[in-house]
Ligand binder design. Structure first.
Ligand code: 4AD
Ligand code: MG
Length: 474
């Protein structure tokens, strides 16, 4: 299928050639003399239409009803021009082999099933057009991410998942607990029973071998240590937030891309974020045409134009203070009040990018110090920090970043102000003691990027196995 895309013109130059397709049956239409079977191998949206008749080896399996929707098959046939309007070519089968049969209870039938329903079938939903396309685009975005940073001289650094520090200082962390069988035997045999009974296990209550530890909320602090040694670096890995928010933009487990630039300020950071986003979107426009056409037709009309505009135009930059002015002057009643010193809510962010700037990404900079994390560099006005958030239509905040406070005295004073324990940041402070440099970075939520590029409304549909309050089944 990847070579001859069933619904497209490319197959026409393969007429008369023999091909094998291995995939899953999407539909089956039995007529008196021929049967049409659409097979998809996951390489693209288009199914391969296969024509089966009594001369096809294995015809009896079709005739007897053994092969049904959802079954896996191996077929071999000759490419012929199709009479149908949906595809230019089809495979006239010489042979069909059923590899694995599908029970009649197969839940992912062709009839339109809601994305909500499919979330309860996370193990089968990649067999649908939508989730297949999302998975392929997600893969291309990941590839383009590495390509962008590698081409620009960044070194990929793996940041730890288990950590003692809370980068964002927001206390939204999951604890790591050690469970060890009292006998000393490994606990692998019946993992499912551990949380229920804990019998036979020593529970070192919420400690990582005797010390507190958490799942990381961000790899930034670790990235900073490598940036102040190797220059530009980036992380790309899973991060975790114990925020109990049931929104279409929040997950408990999400992937984050965090570049960290050495000898750099906030302007460099914003330029990097802009260049990165334009690069990966352009890469998807060039390499995922069929999937984007699908999203354009079925998920969000106009998404291709929206993405094309993004790669062709500069982004707007706006100081936070001006953004507040703009919201105060807006002819719209917001649910959350607008006032200098408050964080922007999603409704404000969306108004700015969707209404005020007509769908163009907007980078807001220089936020009030008191609503931002301890590590951000204080501006000369004493009230704001060199922070930036990139807002995009439909999503709101896609990127959050800042220039880091590289001055030891300022950073220590800030930790004191916030009553954070300086001792636990000893290694982070060391970076300011030994050869400190101006540096800056940002974090991009990978699933929000996938949402943005596919038009998928809910973040739970932008990751293969979503983790949100109450859902960790699959
Ligand atoms: O704005 P955040 O919290 O920034 C940081 O974590 C910084 N340490 C990043 C850095 O400067 N290296 O998160 C960064 C981005 C957000 O803009 C958002 O896209 C995403 O991560 N994000 C989430 N995505 C999904 N679910 C959640 N619960 C998210 N929380 C943040
Ligand atoms: Mg943020």
């Amino acid at each position: 299928i990847s070579e001859i895309k069933g619904g497209r013109d490319e197959g026409l130059d393969r007429l008369g050639q023999t091909f094998v397709v291995k995939g899953w049956v999407r539909t089956l239409r039995v007529q008196s003399s021929v049967t049409f079977m659409e097979v998809n191998d996951g390489s693209c949206i288009s199914n391969m239409q296969c024509v089966i008749d009594s001369t096809t080896e294995g015809y009896d399996q079709v005739e007897s009803g053994l092969i049904t929707t959802g079954a896996s098959v191996w077929v071999e046939g000759v490419v012929v021009a199709s009479q149908g309007s949906k595809q230019k070519v089809e495979l006239k089968l010489q042979k069909v082999v059923m590899v694995g049969k599908s029970d009649p209870s197969y839940p992912v039938q062709k009839k339109k099933v809601s994305r909500e329903f499919l979330r309860t079938k996370a193990h089968l939903r990649p067999r649908t057009n939508t989730f297949g396309a999302v998975a392929r685009v997600r893969n291309v975005l990941a590839y383009a991410t590495h390509k962008f940073f590698q081409e620009n001289g960044f070194v990929w650094v793996s940041s730890p998942i288990i950590t003692a520090s809370d980068c964002e200082g927001a206390g939204e962390q999951f604890c790591v607990t050690t469970l060890i069988p009292s006998s000393g035997e490994p606990a692998s045999s019946d993992v499912g029973s551990i949380p229920k009974t804990k019998e036979g296990f020593i529970d070192w209550s919420q400690d990582f071998f005797g010390k507190p530890a958490f799942l990381t909320v961000s790899g930034q602090l670790n990235a900073e240590t490598y940036a102040t040694a190797l220059s530009d670096v980036y992380t790309f890995g899973p991060t975790f937030r114990a925020e109990n928010s049931n929104t279409s933009r929040h997950l408990a487990e999400f992937w984050m891309i965090e570049p960290e630039l050495a000898f750099a300020d906030l302007d460099d950071d914003m330029s990097c974020a802009t260049a990165y986003l334009q690069y990966v979107v352009r890469h998807v426009l060039e390499n995922c045409k069929e999937d984007l056409d699908f999203f354009n037709t079925w998920i969000e009309k106009g998404i291709i134009d929206r993405l094309t505009n993004l790669v062709e135009n500069d982004f707007v930059q706006l100081p936070y203070t001006d953004a507040i002015e703009l919201l105060l002057r807006a002819n719209k009643k917001f649910e959350y009040p607008v006032k200098w010193g408050s964080d922007l809510q999603s409704e404000h962010e969306r108004y700015i990018t969707e209404v005020a700037f007509g769908g163009c990404p907007v980078i807001i900079r220089d936020y009030p110090r008191d609503i931002k994390a301890f590590y951000m560099r204080q501006n000369d006005d004493g009230k704001t920090v060199a922070a930036m958030d990139m807002l995009v239509p439909k999503i709101g905040e896609l990127i959050g970043g800042s220039q880091r406070e590289e001055r030891l005295d300022y950073l220590e004073a800030r930790l004191d102000d916030l009553k954070l324990n300086k001792e636990s940041y000893w290694w982070y402070l060391d970076l300011r003691r030994y050869g400190s440099v101006p540096h800056a970075g940002f974090g991009l939520g990978f699933e929000r990027l996938v949402q943005f590029v596919t038009g998928i409304d809910n973040i739970r549909d932008a990751i293969p196995f979503p983790r949100s309050p109450g859902s960790a089944e699959f």
